[in-house]
Ligand binder design. Sequence first.
Ligand code: ASC
Length: 150
Amino acid sequence: MKTVAPLALVIAFATLSAPAMAQFQKPEDAVKYRKAALTVMANHFGRVGAMANGRVPFDAKVAADSAAIVETMSKLPWEGFVAGTDKGDTRALPVIWTEQAKFKEASERLQGETAKLNAAAKTGNLDAIKTAFGAVGQSCKACHDNFRKE
Ligand code: ASC
């Protein structure tokens, strides 16, 4: 029964390392997932922005619906940043994986600001939305400046 111990180790290792790739069959799927989440977030952030900047008339319900989507989407991209997915159809920089704490901090800053945007949008106060919109935009930019190619 020499194989028992190694097999047990293999199973234990597979179990421990499973969460990182569990939701994605291939690295490209993780890249697609995070880009899709960021695309939906950017679209709805843009709808709020169009109202915050006066490009379209303010509609409190439309703004609140989009802000809620932005907050939800801001939670999603991060699990798609699976180790080794700085290759292929992506602008993700390797620093994401060499400075994971910094990347996590940046992702948490975004999530904090989108929660504030959602709270502001629920009040229906356009000035509060404008302020929160600016803060979310700053956190988008900070992450792009540090963790995204060009
Ligand atoms: C957007 C959008 C982003 C951010 C970023 C802010 O509307 O799609 O990625 O704002 O441009 O600097």
